[in-house]
Design a protein around this ligand. Structure first.
Ligand code: OAD
Length: 238
């Protein structure tokens, strides 16, 4: 409880905040995480489903997995943790939300600008002409989907081995470096470069607060590690 009070005081005093979220913030919305109990990567191999090589080898298989996730996410709703971040944003002059999630639940909760480091499952990209467009249908009527130009479409997400969207990491680093408080919520902190934002913020002087249901790769490097579900802890912090 002392940790919670300390974290609450840091957040209350801060005028600039950076927030990094991961799959755990959407767990209470019913969306499975990648690692940890019930994590997707226990049943599936990332290299079979989330790499450019996997897509080149079997686009239909990759699309079946994304189509399944789109259906699951379409049925889910933002939870108390997503909503708490919307409130926090309203009260802080400088606030940057950085997410590794592709589910769009921060948008649906009403967050403003979001740096989506790993892209957006609700967008498509043409592998032939490079066109990029939104598509919220779940399920998709025909797999694999195609672009108007006839080219094969791919999910608008970042796969393992691919670079992050142009300039986005620089913007995230800038936010981390100028934050008085950095909140790290529901991430195992093992996927880089996203995870590198945590030591980056701390070295630049931010108080780093982690919220997770278990100890992570980042727990030893933060100022305050709060253990519990984000949907319960975040509203208590604000
Ligand atoms: P992970 O699945 O690796 O980690 C989810 C974290 O959320 C774990 O540390 C859990 O303990 C924690 N967690 C679970 N339920 C929680 C709850 N209710 N409240 C708070 N924490 C909770 O997800 P990420 O760290 O986001 O990338 O994974 C990073 C990237 O790896 C993903 O963006 C994805 C994946 O492969 C790509 O697809 C490129």
């Amino acid at each position: 409880m002392a940790d919670l009070e300390q974290a609450r005081a840091w957040i209350a005093a801060a005028t600039s905040l950076a927030v990094l979220t991961g799959a755990g913030i959407s767990a209470e919305s019913g969306i499975p995480t990648f690692r940890g109990a019930g994590g997707l990567w226990k049943n599936y191999k990332p290299e079979d489903l989330a790499t450019p090589e996997a897509f080149a080898k079997d686009p239909r298989l990759v699309w079946e997995w994304y189509n399944w996730r789109r259906e699951l996410i379409a049925k889910a709703a933002p939870n108390a943790a997503h909503r708490a971040l919307v409130e926090l944003e309203k009260h802080k002059p400088r606030f940057t939300l950085i997410t590794q999630n592709v589910d769009g639940l921060h948008d649906r909760a009403g967050s403003g600008k979001i740096l989506k480091l790993h892209g957006d499952i609700w967008r498509m990209r043409c592998t032939a002409c490079g066109a990029n467009w939104p598509d919220r249908r779940a399920p998709l009527p025909k797999l694999p989907p195609h672009c108007a130009c006839g080219g094969l479409a791919r999910p608008g997400v970042v796969w393992f081995g691919e670079p992050l969207p142009d300039g986005m990491m620089k913007e995230a680093e800038h936010a981390a470096a100028s934050a008085q408080v950095a909140l790290v919520i529901g991430t195992s902190a093992v996927v880089h470069p996203a995870a590198s934002l945590i030591p980056y913020a701390r070295h630049a002087g931010a108080k780093v607060i982690e919220i997770n249901i278990e100890e992570t790769a980042a727990s030893a490097q933060v100022d305050c590690a709060l253990c519990g579900p984000a949907g319960e802890l975040l509203p208590l912090l604000l």
